[in-house]
Design a protein around this ligand. Structure first.
Ligand SMILES: [Zn+2]
Length: 135
């Protein structure tokens, strides 16, 4: 419930269902897998290579990323783990460059800014400086 004014409350379903919106449904997962050809978008490995596939939020949930097909990508267990736990790695930087390019092509200003912030952190601390980020 949202308090509008003294004694006046409004029910906001968008808030009530926010938690659920953050997780992909079975149907969304299937659609994302199908779109990505049942392969990890980073290394191209799939079930036939014996890897487990996960559906990842391109824009992380912590940054307000929602469970939409557009915000989903197929990652193998390894790359999913790297993205979640080892942000300051070569793969991490490459992944954020890829995401930045995607955001630019979609003209998603919010996501561009998010990626730029992350990539600027890499540059500021000269982490994996050999990987060139073309702004
Ligand atoms: Zn992979």
């Amino acid at each position: 419930m949202i308090k509008i004014s003294k004694g006046v409350y409004k029910y906001d379903p968008s808030k009530a269902y926010k938690r659920e919106l953050e997780d992909f449904t079975v149907a969304q997962k299937e659609a994302i897998l199908k779109r990505d050809g049942y392969k990890c978008v980073i290394c191209g490995r799939g079930k036939k290579d014996g890897v487990e596939l996960h559906i990842d939020h391109i824009k992380p949930k912590d940054f307000g990323g929602e469970a939409t097909i557009e915000n989903g990508q197929t990652l193998c267990a390894q790359h999913n783990f790297i993205k979640k736990n080892l942000k300051q790695t070569e793969t991490g930087k490459k992944m954020f460059i890829r995401l930045y390019e995607l955001a630019k092509s979609e003209k998603n200003e919010e996501l561009i800014k998010f990626c730029a912030d992350v990539l600027e952190t890499y540059e500021k601390h000269d982490i994996n400086g050999h990987i060139v980020w073309e702004k």
